[in-house]
Design a protein around this ligand. Structure first.
Ligand code: SF4
Ligand code: ZN
Length: 320
């Protein structure tokens, strides 16, 4: 075995992965350990959890969320006073979500984790498919399918987390997702929003469960590799609406730059962390009231979901 193929950490086993941004060559065992310790380090760096937290993990069934569930389940064993619960949101996307639901349920069963499923249909009265179809013919369509999905999912998760008494919600946003979101906000001209999208959200309203992102410093590629080595079952079909998103173009662009300049994603992420305090000072603190319709946190008279549901109903009436 040549020196170049020996693991940089254990110096014994054969390396199978080269980490371009650190120059390390890692064997499978050391790679898995390094991902798990990085998650642990991120949790303590941003003070994401308390020893007795009841944590709801948002599990879509994709590789990122299922891997996060596995890692958190492992970490949780060391904290007997904490507990985990998994929440899956069924947006109602035909041919896509059905398989993911089964995978999410199978992983929870394997890990012995309580699993709750909530659907757009039961909460909002329509599936994402129905909503998108109605708004497609609407000239005044305000958002992309993913934006509708994101707004509704956020509320569904928050309601579900409160229902199961969780103190926090963990989502599987990776370093890639975080950096894409930063650029997306810049591309949308919504730069101050960057201040609000952070590893741990602030406690801004009693009804808004705080969110944590334990994967925010793990590249997506490494999460995939982790899932592959640990033989974790996940859904690999891509959502039919995914290709519409500007996020996709940003992802391709960032991956191309990262390939030529290793570490650029970390540089962007860390740059924002460095100026976050200043950003927060400029960002006028949004005072959240409560929606007149549903009583959930809202910055306007009606929360965004109630606005969307109302517009959908109106449009449905006109088109019938
Ligand atoms: Fe929702 Fe878009 Fe994700 Fe599909 S790709 S699940 S529409 S956010
Ligand atoms: Zn509302």
């Amino acid at each position: 075995m040549s020196l170049a193929t020996i693991c940089s950490i254990c110096k014994k086993r054969e390396a199978f992965f080269f980490r371009p941004y650190s120059g390390e060559r890692l064997c499978k065992k050391c790679f898995v350990r390094s991902v798990e310790s990085k998650v642990k380090a991120t949790i303590s760096k941003y003070e994401m959890l308390r020893f007795d937290d009841r944590l709801a993990v948002a599990v879509s069934g994709g590789k990122d969320s299922v891997s996060l569930l596995h890692i958190l389940a492992k970490l949780e064993q060391k904290h007997p006073k904490s507990s985990l619960v998994a929440i899956t949101v069924d947006e109602g996307i035909k041919g896509y979500r059905d398989e993911a639901l089964k995978i999410a349920a199978a992983n929870c069963e394997k890990l012995g984790i309580e699993h709750h499923v909530v659907s757009f249909k039961e909460i909002f009265g329509c599936t994402l498919d129905e909503l998108v179809k109605l708004h497609k013919t609407n000239q005044k369509k305000r958002f992309s399918s993913c934006a509708y999905c994101g707004i509704l999912r956020r509320k569904a998760l928050n309601l579900a987390a409160r229902h199961v008494d969780a103190r926090k919600i963990a989502t599987a946003h990776t370093l890639d997702d975080e950096v894409q979101t930063i650029l997306l906000n810049i591309f949308h001209g919504d730069v101050l929003r960057i201040a609000r999208e952070k590893p741990v959200t602030d406690a801004v309203h009693g009804k808004l469960v705080r969110r944590i992102k334990p994967f925010c410093e793990i590249p997506e590629k490494e999460v995939s590799l982790y899932a592959f080595i640990k033989k974790i079952k996940f859904q690999s079909i891509v959502c039919p609406y995914a290709s519409e998103a500007l996020r996709n173009d940003i992802r391709t662009m960032l991956n191309r730059v990262e390939e030529r300049h290793a570490g650029i994603k970390f540089t962007i992420f860390n740059s924002i962390e460095r100026i976050r305090f200043a950003l927060e000072q400029v960002d006028s603190k949004e005072r959240l009231g409560e929606c007149e319709e549903c009583g959930e946190p809202a910055s306007e008279k009606l929360c965004k979901t109630c606005q969307i549901v109302k517009e959908t109903l109106q449009h449905n009436r006109h088109s019938n």
